[in-house]
Write a protein that binds this ligand. Structure first.
Ligand code: ADP
Length: 422
């Protein structure tokens, strides 16, 4: 019956019962004994405060087994990038990345020989107390164009920890950004300088009053202004395409229809070469998952190049078909001067031109193929240039068909473009 009580409570109740019997035996009256008994039990229960809770026997404390301490080699292997521990000027430990960069023989070597770089030698020669703060930049370690950031810190026992962080990618991106701004400014400055020069000349009474001279100058100024306009439009296009590069286009685009549309736009523009465009379209190819406006821009740029760099009077052939692996292919071929093989890998660089004079004279901005490359990448497609000097050039795009590159059917069902035309 007393099972639910703690042992101290049981003892207290026992003592109170004994006291009550003593009160009764010593001839105090029965009422006093009952009052003493009830009050005593209540007091005992209140005093212990654990009257209805058993006292728990304390359990032995479980001590977790200590985690194994990794050794120094394991620690430095876990760090990304080359790490060396230098003790008294010699390499005491090196991780695999450091051995890969500096050679397998470096452990035990003087650190200034192990990292053969004057910047590193100078930094590591300074005493620990006066060691400069912050990283040291090392260029050309490993490969000529490699950029490293060397961080050196010291341990309490006087060893040095050398950590190399590869910054080659950051430098390449920074270089590209600087080059791009410089090139874009240069491209804009040339026509602007020309326009300002002609304005000044026209301000001169003699030249300005001659209607023929004025007309000629105005025509040049108009052409230069148009050139600046095209350049600004291409720059805006590039930045828009880059901003959207991770958004997969998902509309079904019928390329045969789009080729027809681009062709009639070029015919309307009355370019001398518009009539040379020949099409060879397989109308059975499936639609591609695309951004219609961007794919139209790709066709304009490729057909535009074929017209600019192909020989007048020769065909510019646009072909559309589906290849054996199911990709939709579209090619634009011209019969022109062609492109020497060494230029081909660089054609998609911004402002890269094989013949800058010819490109500018034809109204080129040097950004057309860079735009094509970015758009094709956004469409998860591929792009190939094949050219034979003296014969001509064929540019081929490979794009995945709509059914292979689109989101689930539910979201396609609401798209008005979701009709595969055959
Ligand atoms: P551009 O505005 O100068 O035409 P692109 O980026 O479109 O710029 O092309 C880059 C360069 O590639 C051109 O300047 C030209 O030298 C070369 N190129 C492009 N397409 C052709 C082609 N079909 N035939 C010969 N050269 C071409």
């Amino acid at each position: 019956m007393l099972q639910g009580f703690g042992s101290r409570t049981v003892i207290a109740i026992g003592l109170v019962v004994i006291a009550a019997i003593a009160v009764f035996l010593l001839e105090w009256n029965l009422q006093a004994a009952i009052i003493a008994l009830v009050g005593g039990v209540a007091a005992a229960l209140t005093a212990t405060g654990t009257g209805d809770q058993p006292i728990e026997t304390p359990r032995p404390v479980e001590v977790a087994a200590p985690a194994p301490v990794p050794n120094l080699q394991e620690v430095i292997e876990a760090i990304v990038g080359p790490v060396l521990i230098v003790s008294e000027g010699r390499v005491a430990h090196a991780n695999t990345a450091a051995l890969g960069l500096l050679g397998k023989h470096i452990v035990g070597e003087d650190v200034r020989i192990a990292i053969r770089h004057p910047g590193a030698a100078e930094r590591l020669a300074s005493p620990i107390a006066g060691m400069p703060q912050g990283p040291t930049n090392l260029v050309g370690l490993g490969a000529l164009d490699q950029h490293w950031e060397m961080h050196v810190s010291s341990t309490a026992s006087g060893q040095r920890v050398v950590h190399l962080i590869d910054r080659t990618g950051n430098h390449a991106a920074e270089r590209m950004r600087v080059d791009f701004v410089a090139n874009a400014s240069h491209e804009l400055r040339t026509p602007l300088a020309s326009i300002l020069g002609y304005i000044e000349t026209l301000g001169d009474d003699k030249a300005g009053e001659d209607a023929q001279v004025r007309g000629r100058f105005l025509k040049i100024m108009f052409d230069e202004a148009r050139r600046m306009q095209r350049l600004v439009e291409d720059l805006i296009s590039l930045s828009r395409i880059e901003a959207e590069k991770y958004r997969l286009p998902d509309r079904a685009v019928d390329l045969s229809e789009l080729v027809g549309e681009v062709r009639s736009e070029l015919l309307d523009a009355q370019n001398v070469r518009s009539n040379d465009i020949v099409t060879d379209l397989d109308l059975g190819v499936p639609t591609v998952a695309g951004d219609r406006a961007q794919l139209s821009q790709v066709l304009h740029n490729l057909i535009g190049n074929a017209m600019k760099y192909g020989r007048v009077g020769t065909p510019v052939t646009v072909k559309l078909w589906r290849d054996r692996v199911g990709m939709v292919r579209i090619s634009v071929a011209d019969e022109g001067e062609g492109i020497a093989p060494e230029h081909i890998p660089r054609l998609t660089e911004r402002f890269y031109r094989v013949d800058p004079g010819r490109s500018r004279a034809a109204g080129g901005t040097g950004l057309g193929l860079a735009i094509v490359k970015h758009i094709v990448e956004r469409h998860r497609g591929r792009f190939d240039v094949a050219s034979t000097v003296g014969k001509g050039t064929t540019v081929t795009l490979m794009l995945p068909p709509h059914d292979k590159a689109t989101p689930p059917l539910s979201s396609r069902a609401i798209s008005p473009d979701n009709v595969i035309k055959r």
